[in-house]
Design a protein around this ligand. Structure first.
Ligand code: NAD
Length: 557
């Protein structure tokens, strides 16, 4: 069971800290910096190691925020925040939570994309584990090198498909690090439980092989049996060393992502956020949008640009939701259409489809372009998950607005530079009628006197709550029903005031409550399906809340 991590008098693992002096100051989970009290300074041997004035956390926050805001650009802010996190986790999380709308885009998308590109030069100290092909045969032994016992949550990548930026190899480490920071900030999973991992299986990005600052193996990516055996050894090692851990697959290339999800989802507590988390957050936004259009789930026709992990994951969850609303599976799938790099996905197109695309290849003549597909199919919703910027052109957005009074336009590709269109373009080209959401944040705008606040379909609304819910009840599996419940819960938290400005997600400032509600819904699903190892507590929500990490300094004395 997850201990509740009391904030007073005890260290993270329920024991008084055995270490003193400079060791306390260099352990970010114990360090309070200038906030150690006079009594603590005497008891822990800190006299002389700190400047004499004792600060409150509020004073530290003010100073830290000022320093953050003085940094000249987002990557400098990212580096500043990372350094703070490596020094004093409580202060870092308090800052993130108190200024969540300002800090999430710095610790995750869009800044994390730039941070990954520059990871070789901004890398300062290990935060997470690199496990490379060189460690084949000894992965369990390597995992035991991690200094924190009892890891419960692992986010792992092999760096092949980092956001919309492609193969960044070992530089992808920024992603698991960032996602786990969001788990703590947004859902209160104690940082001591979290382990970011990058599997270095080489990279096909030849520019990295040539780069001086590249920190990974300078060799081509392994594929086939060697890759599969490496992953198999990794999963087995995680089960052995951290038997209660939840494994979140992150930013794997789609040829591996789908296979690994289906191979492992019942063998180890795990999910793929790019497929399942994205699906859930997009469906939630879609459900929110339907409250604005006044139409129902079963009346929709969805056209996706991009038929990869995100696109087919969203379609699969839409199908599950439409089935729950009364449609047959065939009818639900018939409402989902895809344009990929070869045009409209139709039967007899001539190219072999991978398994995830096949259910959406319909009987229809070949259509070459997105613009033609919009004209021919007249979709109610256009969803961009292609990683191809500027593909929702003025012509396409205008056509969507001609065909429907409130067209749903989601430009989900990350980072910002890859979005299919900007919020401003979607609103302007549709005369302010588009219901818009994006993967990366866009500023609000006013058009013809109407305020438009774009929703950010950020996975952070979903995965922290889902992971927390699965952890607290010690679920044996993370099911699609749980992601559907998460989407419905998130959509139910959108207030009329949000909808009035076109926002289909709640503001990020409510993220702790959102995560708690989702975790509760997920744990309810696990108990209902007989997938929880722990007995059902009388009040699931109160039980989860009592376990959430709060960024409050503990008192040592
Ligand atoms: P993926 O590599 O699995 O799929 C990309 C798809 O786009 C493939 O089907 C590919 O054929 C298609 N594509 C490529 N070029 C194209 C073109 N010119 N025209 C049409 N289709 C084209 O990647 P993914 O995991 O599905 O992610 C896709 C994008 O979605 C990324 O930019 C990612 O950042 C974004 N994404 C956003 C969210 C979110 O907003 N919450 C979550 C996950 C992924």
């Amino acid at each position: 069971m997850l201990p509740p991590f009391p904030s007073k008098g005890l260290s993270a693992w329920g024991e008084p800290p055995q270490i003193t002096g400079s060791q306390v100051l260099t352990n970010p989970l114990l360090n309070k910096g200038t906030a150690f009290t006079e009594t603590e300074r005497d008891a822990l041997g800190l006299r002389g190691l700190l400047p004499p004035r004792v600060f409150t956390i509020e004073e530290q926050l003010k100073r830290t925020l000022n320093s953050l805001r003085r940094k000249p650009d987002n990557i400098e802010k990212y580096i500043y925040l990372t350094t703070l996190q490596n020094r004093n986790e409580v202060l870092f999380y308090r800052l993130v939570l108190d200024h969540i709308e300002e800090t999430v885009p710095l610790i995750y998308t869009p800044t994390v994309g730039q941070a990954c590109l520059e990871y070789g030069s901004i890398y300062r100290r290990p935060r997470g584990m690199f496990i490379s092909l060189r460690e084949r045969g000894r992965i369990a032994e390597i995992l035991r090198h991690w200094p924190q016992p009892g890891v419960r949550l692992i986010v792992v990548t092999d760096g092949e498909r980092i956001l919309g930026l492609g193969d960044l190899g070992a530089l992808g480490m920024g992603i698991p690090v960032g996602k786990l920071s969001l788990y703590t900030a947004c859902a209160g999973v104690h940082p001591g439980y979290c382990l970011p991992i990058t599997l270095d299986v080489g990279t096909d990005n030849l520019a990295l092989h040539a780069g001086e600052a590249y920190i990974g193996l300078k060799e081509k990516r392994v594929r086939g049996a060697v890759y599969d055996e490496f992953i198999e050894e990794f999963v087995t090692a995680v089960k052995t060393v951290f038997p209660k851990a939840l494994l979140q697959w992150e930013d794997f290339g789609n040829t591996n992502a789908f296979r690994m999800l289906s191979t492992y989802r019942r063998r180890i507590l795990s999910f793929n956020d790019d497929i399942q988390g994205t699906a859930s957050v997009a469906l939630a936004g879609f459900l929110g949008a339907l409250r604005l259009t006044g139409s129902t789930l079963v009346q929709q026709k969805l056209l996706f640009l991009g038929a990869g992990e995100a696109g087919t994951g969203i379609a699969d969850l839409y199908v599950a939701a439409a089935k729950a609303a009364g449609l047959s599976e065939a009818d639900a799938r018939a409402r989902c259409w895809f344009v990929d790099s070869k045009g409209l996905l139709v039967k007899h197109r001539g190219d072999p489809f991978p398994a995830h695309k096949a259910p959406y290849a319909h009987d229809h003549p070949l259509v070459a372009t997105l613009a033609e597909a919009v004209e021919t199919l007249k979709p109610t919703a256009l969803i961009g998950v292609s990683g191809q910027p500027a593909t929702f052109t003025q012509e396409i957005v205008a056509a969507m607005a001609r065909n429907h009074p409130r067209p749903i336009i989601f430009a989900l590709s990350n980072p910002t530079s890859k979005a299919e269109c900007t919020a401003e373009q979607a609103y302007t080209w549709s005369d302010g009628r588009a219901i818009f959401a994006s993967g990366s944040p866009f500023p609000e705008m006013t058009l013809n006197g109407q305020r438009h606040v774009p929703g950010q379909g950020n996975n952070v609304y979903i995965f922290p709550g889902v992971g927390l819910g699965a952890l607290v009840c010690e679920a044996t599996e993370v099911t699609d029903t749980m992601f559907l419940a998460a989407a419905q819960t998130l959509a139910s938290l959108v207030e009329p005031a949000d909808l009035a400005v076109g926002r289909v997600y709640p503001p990020l400032t409510k993220i702790r409550d959102v995560s708690l509600r989702i975790a509760t819904a997920v744990a309810e699903c696990a108990h209902a399906a007989g997938l929880a190892r722990l007995p059902r507590p009388a009040d699931i929500s109160a039980d989860i809340q009592s376990r959430m990490f709060q960024p409050i300094y503990r008192e040592y004395i």
